[in-house]
Design a protein around this ligand. Structure first.
Ligand code: 9L3
Ligand code: MG
Length: 140
């Protein structure tokens, strides 16, 4: 079996030191994922580091520049399962420049608090990450 392909995602928060809000983005595609909310990001391309890919995806998808913080690591390590053959790695990050706006990949973005994040229809594989994020937001 080939190694799983890597997707990177952003836990984009209002501030890294005491986060109160996280950015959720609603996908436009493919049809089976359209309308679901996600931590924005995408596939790492050949020759890119995961961190470079995350910066590129956030610039392309949301028009922002970010500073990366710590990686969001699960009890099993840094990767979170997506589908067979696809895994996700995610980093906390905060804005350096720009205001996130939905481009082609999304039709809405939303800064969510711990209280309202659970009301969003998240992609299933993002839910374990979101649970961890909510705990951090609530602790703030
Ligand atoms: N995916 C799941 N959760 C996420 C992201 C950024 C991506 N937080 C899944 C959706 C697609 C695949 O990874 O099946 C590749 O993502 P994209 O390049 O279409 O954004
Ligand atoms: Mg994407």
């Amino acid at each position: 079996m080939p190694p799983p392909r890597l997707v990177v995602g952003a836990v984009l928060v209002d501030r890294l030191d005491r986060p109160a809000r996280v950015l959720a983005a609603r996908r436009t595609r493919p049809p089976e994922l359209a309308g679901r909310w996600e931590l924005p990001g995408g596939q790492v391309e050949a020759g890119e580091t995961p961190e470079d890919a995350l910066h590129r995806e956030l610039a392309e998808e949301l028009g922002v520049t970010v500073r990366l913080g710590a990686e969001l690591v699960s009890g099993h390590g840094p990767t979170w399962p997506l589908t067979p053959g696809l895994v996700l790695r995610a980093w906390w990050c905060e804005l350096v420049e720009g205001v996130p706006v939905a481009g082609e990949a999304h039709d809405a973005v939303c800064w969510s608090t711990a209280a309202d994040v659970a009301d969003l229809a998240w992609l299933e594989p993002d839910r374990p990450l979101v649970e961890r994020v909510v705990a951090a937001l609530a602790a703030g």
